[in-house]
Ligand binder design. Sequence first.
Ligand SMILES: *Cc1c(COP(=O)(O)O)cnc(C)c1O
Length: 694
Amino acid sequence: MSDLFNRLNQIAHNFWWSWQPEVMAIFRDLDPQLWTEVNHNPILLLKRLDNDTLTRRSREMAIESRVLYALRRLSEYLTGEGAYGRRHAGPLLARPVAYFSAEFGVHESLPVYAGGLGTLAGDHLKAASDLGIPLVGVGLFYVEGYFRQQIDEHGHQQEFYGETDVDLVPMRRAAGPDGKPLIVSVETPSGILQAGIWRTQVGRNDLVLLDSNVEGNSPEDRKLSARLYGGDDTVRLRQEILLGVGGLKALRALRLHPSVVHMNEGHSALAGLEAIRRRIEEDGVSFADACREVAIRTVFTTHTPVEAGHDRFKPELVEAHLGSLRESLGLSLPELLALGRVNPDDDEEKFCMTVLALKTSRLANGVSHLHGHVSRKMWQNLWPERPEREVPIGHITNGVHVLSWLAPQIHRLYERVLGPRWSHRMHDPDVWAGIDDIDDGELWEAHQVMRSRLVDFVRRRAGDERLLDPTALTLGFARRFATYKRATLLLGEEKRLDAIVNNPDRPLQILFAGKAHPKDEPGKSFIKRIHDLSRDPRFAGKIAFVEDYDIGVGRALVHGVDAWVNTPRRPMEACGTSGQKVVLNGGLNISILDGWWAEAYDGTNGFAIGSERTHADPEMQDQRDSEAFYSVLENEVVPAFYDRNDSGVPRAWVARMKRALVTLAWRFSADRMLIDYLQRMYLPAAGAISADRV
Ligand SMILES: *Cc1c(COP(=O)(O)O)cnc(C)c1O
């Protein structure tokens, strides 16, 4: 193996490369076509490149110096010199935050995520790394991941599963001092559940993933961690035991002693019970004292008002799988169940992981201003003596990891205009004020290039060169096809849609992508509806569905769309992050005033669909929102896009692009989010500053 090859491999083994445009460019330039074929996996790329090609390309590209420079930057980055956290993360520098999540979306080559929860967790890890906030991610290694999607000729979603080759992702098995793989064991009434531990580097921080496919487990348990959101309640509960209880044990096996445990969504709520068990068994404190102490160091983020998003298990199931833990806690079954019930005396009530998480953490938050309100209302019954506004659930609005979602071409533009150190201060509004110095024509030109790249991307994927028009107003909608997100809100009145899409001087086209959960028939029918319209002669080539949505597809879409459509049934969208990714690249949002958009929209930085009023009857609300959507398109969006000056620049549109960047990019960056978590959750939980309401 050549030195060059080894160095490239070294870079490929830290996901840091994935948010460094010039490092990514090294891999791409080695063989652009192969780079697409391997779905941007540098380890696979290096494996498939033969030595001669590598040598030839490295001569042609003067690659040596680029690789050496990248390696030097990586090692400088890893020292953490000058990072925000050095000055501000205090006690976390000695003991990190442990961030538990059922999904992590770091990159498309490690498919252990399904949607927004995962991409958020991935962005959380990356921003913590950039800021130098010590944080270790804890999750599960789903070797088959979430399903892959194809749409058949009838518009039906077909689901299939691939298998991640562990040699082709930057993971290594954690081993003990004796060199043997570390194994964690969790006692359950049906036997001991074991798991191996994988580690992967995300910049300065580690992601730890548990894998139940180890010898010694029963055949069912070996498959336990194979699929994300794929099993029944038993699988779900046992996966959550693995994540929460197993995850905490894995940290100890790795000699990581967190100062704070962050439970990202209720799936990991059992981490709290495991921590309580430890205090009781090892230090002999009472259950009540252990509970209180653990809660101080535990923080919890709730992510959805949708009922089905909150796991609830039957008492029999809880006893069948958590009986051993219950005994070590010294609790009777009703006492354990009470921890997961709003009303402890209600024998009918199931055991809810969100309730458990709220009861075992002192600081809790929703993920937008509006979602904070909705969550306080939703869980008020847990604090019957308090008025709603005093329910101890605050909010920290989600943000996105800027460098992961920013197109390289736009990145170069910012590098020049915002100053070379802009990316170290992207949570600072002053940095983004510099956007106003960009020439309108230049910004517009850069964006046009991005749109036409997106059109190429969709054509290539669909194998259809006639799809889409690279100059037409291009809308995008991509996210999970959960019904409350109402992907088809715009498709109700075909005549009106026809007039908008096929306006000869002012054409419009719409791209859709997203997966419906395999058991979600209504969600699948939305996909079919879009598919059918894309085959309708009136809309063929103008409405397109991009299959198998993942982080890579998401990146292509947010880089190139003119506007992003977001149509949840208010107030069901807790935050939504895809629209934030669009902003960074100069796209505009056309959105219901829900989630982040309810606090982001100021009348000048995008478009609102309808008002903040809701209707008690969901059908009425849908009708009203659909009408509002058509009307904003006809009266505001299309005119602003096509009203051009003598140089062909849509002045009013570009003004909105700039307003969006100046007012939103810093606020909805993951850096701002991490700093909020640090100051309002992590430092108080670590005992560094007194806890107030978030
Ligand atoms: C950003 C992202 C999401 C989240 O989209 P929402 O608008 O929050 O629903 C889901 N999936 C992928 C692949 C993403 O990149």
